[in-house]
Design a protein around this ligand. Structure first.
Ligand SMILES: Nc1nc2c(ncn2[C@@H]2O[C@H](COP(=O)(O)OP(=O)(O)O)[C@@H](O)[C@H]2O)c(=O)[nH]1
Ligand SMILES: [Mg+2]
Length: 430
């Protein structure tokens, strides 16, 4: 990506330069305060603002030149299937950009939407009342509708650009930064509007103040368990659930090491292997390395028996064999084992590199079991930290751990609010 960095005295200056250089659709990627090392021994350097910006993505612009026929295809057949094309959903694009509109854009779009609605109704009338209506003309009209909808989408996607008039500039800047970091547009919007309502116009002029204000709001959104330390039971039993490849086994090993090395606890390991796969061997060899007892179980009776046999151990870490969230049979089998509330701390392991839509699906499906916390893995491979907040806002599940690499045991962190907010807003770099 083509990033450009600006050192300026204030936000106004930054916005002016960015608009000149990259156009008014440019996105703010990050903001931080830096000290200029000018003056004798760098002592009298003044504090400057460093703003990094990126030009708008090209693909947003290309829509207008898409031929009408293609544009219609892009709407997943709603237009092609005749009558359904004229249903109400026609005016509501799939990703509902209407949610992300600024008031100004909304105003601009209203007459176009009205016009579309009119055409839609006329078309509906024509198709029901005149059986022999010229197919060709119908086709053309539908094409035109498709194009108009494409334009509406483009207008919607442009909302929230630097020209957004509704917010004081500091808030607008942070809004852009959060959005760039992957925070869902409507969440970012809600946050900055709420912040605006709760601060004086004078405070809104003070960038560090506004940034810390937003950081505090974000901190309130995230719940945490302090790793396994927040668990009430004396004997800590934790099960790692989730799809394949997200890092369950690696994380189980890291947590086992944390419990042993940091807290000097007696640790036992269990692998649940409903698949009869060889996946459990990975944990077996790790258990051998740390001289911890290890068992493989296939069903609930075996699991219960083994847990009882480990009653002298302080922490029991249960790894599970992963499977797709779409495999209902396996989900059902797993639920049999982990449907009890309270005794075992069920933690869902998600990879921070996954798309938001996949995380939502996985959490919903695995939500057939009580989920006590979430672990986000592979933060080292992702920069879209906003996803973590999107998830926290949607599901209100506390976070227990974050993992930041493949190394056992080092690349494990107890999830903290400060860390998460820092990842999104880069407070420590300020
Ligand atoms: N980059 C990175 N890789 C990880 C992390 N955690 C696990 N992995 C890797 O992800 C792959 C799958 O891990 P594994 O623990 O076998 O996943 P499982 O199928 O859920 O048990 C392995 O190559 C791990 O080394 C992490 O935090 N960062
Ligand atoms: Mg595994």
């Amino acid at each position: 990506m083509n990033l450009k960095r600006y050192r300026v005295n204030n936000i106004k200056e930054a916005l002016k330069e960015i608009k000149q250089d990259l156009g008014s659709d440019a996105m703010i990627v990050s903001t931080r305060q830096v000290r200029e090392s000018t003056g004798a021994f760098g002592m009298f350097g003044k504090t400057m603002l460093e703003v990094t910006a990126a030009p708008a993505e090209k693909k947003k612009e290309s829509g207008l030149s898409v031929p009408a026929a293609k544009a219609i295809k892009a709407y997943s057949g709603t237009v092609e299937t005749g009558e359904s094309a004229l249903s109400n959903t026609f005016l509501t694009p799939r990703n509902s950009p209407a949610l992300s509109l600024t008031d100004e854009t909304r105003k601009l779009m209203q007459p176009i939407q009205k016009e579309l609605q009119g055409i839609r109704l006329t078309l509906g009338d024509l198709s029901t009342h005149s059986a022999g209506f010229d197919e060709h003309i119908m086709g053309e009209l539908k094409n035109e509708l498709g194009e108009m909808r494409q334009m509406l989408n483009i207008m919607a996607s442009r909302s929230g650009s630097l020209t957004d008039p509704d917010l004081p500039e500091n808030l607008l800047l942070l809004y852009q930064q959060m959005k760039f970091g992957g925070l869902e547009e409507r969440f970012a919007r809600r946050l900055v509007l709420e912040a605006e309502r709760n601060m004086s116009a004078e405070d809104a002029e003070n960038f560090p103040y506004v940034k810390i204000f937003i950081a505090r709001m974000l901190m309130k959104i995230v719940k945490i368990t302090r790793g396994l330390e927040g668990l009430k039971q004396k004997q800590r039993i934790v099960a790692l659930l989730g799809p394949t490849g997200v890092g369950k086994t690696t994380t189980a090993a890291k947590i086992a090491s944390e419990q042993m090395q940091k807290y000097k606890r007696k640790v036992a390991l269990i692998s649940v292997d409903t698949n009869r796969s060889s996946a459990a061997e990975q944990l077996r060899s790790f258990a051998k390395k740390i001289s911890a007892p290890f068992s493989i179980v296939k069903d609930k009776a075996e699991l219960n028996r083994i847990i009882v046999s480990y009653e002298d151990y302080d922490s029991i870490i249960i790894d599970t064999d992963g499977f797709s969230q779409r495999n209902d049979t396996q989900l059902y089998e797993m639920r049999e084992l982990f449907d009890e509330r309270g005794r075992i701390h069920n933690t869902l392991v998600l990879s921070a590199t996954s798309k938001d839509s996949d995380m939502i699906e996985v959490t919903r499906k695995f939500g057939c079991m009580p989920l006590d916390s979430i672990i986000f893995t592979k933060l080292d491979e992702s920069a879209a930290y906003g996803s973590l907040f999107n998830h926290a806002i949607r599901f209100k599940k506390p976070l227990s751990y974050l993992t930041l690499g493949q190394e056992v045991p080092t690349d494990l962190e107890v999830a903290s609010r400060e860390r998460l907010v820092d990842l999104l807003l880069n407070i420590s770099g300020t």
